[in-house]
Ligand binder design. Structure first.
Ligand code: C2E
Ligand code: MG
Ligand code: MG
Ligand code: MG
Length: 288
């Protein structure tokens, strides 16, 4: 038998492929168990207002503290969660946890900071994320204007007509909406103008080489102008170097997020940062 269909069999038993799918299956089962056993945790990355140097937001980024494998990054398990549908219970947990944490901040008098929560496409198609948000707001008693729901551009463009009315209902809860990874999807400007969105998040891929590649700078300028002309706020992701921040600030980018100003950190560390209440030194804007 092995001889008869030799090539296919060889491919089927390709050790690399085999170990990859085995790892996936293990991770999937482990993740299902991990969600039940409360092994997920949220890290928070600061978002800095360029004008004031203040932390105005914290993006919630999920981590998985596996009992033997240690801390696992979302790039390793969020895609698997999305493919298997586990993103639905995972996402529900994230939403609840983030709202509980936001409530804690608001109870401490830290009222001027928002928490950003990432929502995947399948949470829209496979669950009633609107009711989940509404419930989380009611049960935690948070001020909803400080909950910032991040949806990627590609998720929004999946079924835009349907998405618009859904987003309008989400806005009806009093929350903020952001488009994540902006510039990497295929936005139709006709839809973009109809999405009731507060913030565009410029994807990190345009920021990485912004100091050396004039085309990346041109794209960033275009997104900033586009956002402002539609009355939206604009945030740049993945800012690691002062020079990148300087260019973005000169082009009137409103908010900056990146390792330059802070990596994702535990809630207590984020609270300590907020309580210091310092004004982070931001690049001077050049006069135009
Ligand atoms: P994202 O929502 O675009 O989040 C930004 C990612 O960029 C985070 O990676 C963050 O740590 C990273 N980052 C921020 N600043 C810098 C920087 O200056 N340099 C570099 N190299 N990276 C930076 P992270 O935490 O690994 O998350 C990766 C992605 O996983 C997220 O991308 C998001 O798509 C997804 N994700 C994370 N948490 C959740 C969640 O709770 N729910 C869902 N549905 N997706 C999540
Ligand atoms: Mg995000
Ligand atoms: Mg992003
Ligand atoms: Mg991303």
């Amino acid at each position: 038998f092995a001889k008869a269909s030799g090539r296919n069999l060889y491919r089927f038993f390709d050790p690399v492929m085999h170990s990859q799918s085995a790892e996936r299956l293990t991770l999937e089962n482990e993740l299902r168990r991990g969600i039940e056993r409360d092994e997920l945790l949220l890290y928070y990355q600061p978002q800095i207002d360029v004008a004031s140097g203040r932390i105005v937001g914290l993006e919630a980024l999920v981590r998985w503290k596996h009992p033997s494998m240690g801390l696992i990054q979302p790039s390793r398990f969020v895609p698997i969660a999305e493919q298997t549908g586990l993103i639905v219970p995972l996402g529900a947990w994230v939403l609840r946890r983030a709202c509980t944490d936001l409530r804690q901040l608001q109870d401490m008098g830290l009222n001027n900071v928002s928490i950003g929560v990432n929502i995947s496409a399948r949470q829209f198609t496979d669950s009633d994320v609107l009711s989940q948000i509404q419930q989380a707001i009611e049960e935690t008693g948070i001020d909803p204007q400080h909950l910032d729901v991040e949806i990627t551009e590609s998720t929004l463009m999946n079924n835009p007509e349907h998405v618009i009315s859904y987003l309008e209902r989400m806005k009806g809860l009093g929350i903020r909406l952001s488009i994540d990874d902006f510039g990497t999807g295929y936005s139709s400007l006709n839809y973009l103008k109809r999405f009731p969105v507060d913030t565009l998040k410029i994807d990190r891929s345009f920021v990485i080489d912004i100091a050396d590649n004039p085309k990346d700078e041109a794209i960033a300028v275009t997104i900033i102008t586009l956002a402002h002309s539609m009355g939206m706020t604009v945030l740049a992701e993945g800012v690691e170097h002062a020079r990148q921040a300087e260019i973005l600030a000169n082009h009137r980018c409103d908010i900056i997020q990146g390792f330059l100003y802070g990596k994702p950190m535990s809630l207590p560390d984020a609270i300590a940062e907020l309580q210091m209440g310092r004004n982070i030194a931001m690049p001077e804007k050049k006069a135009h």
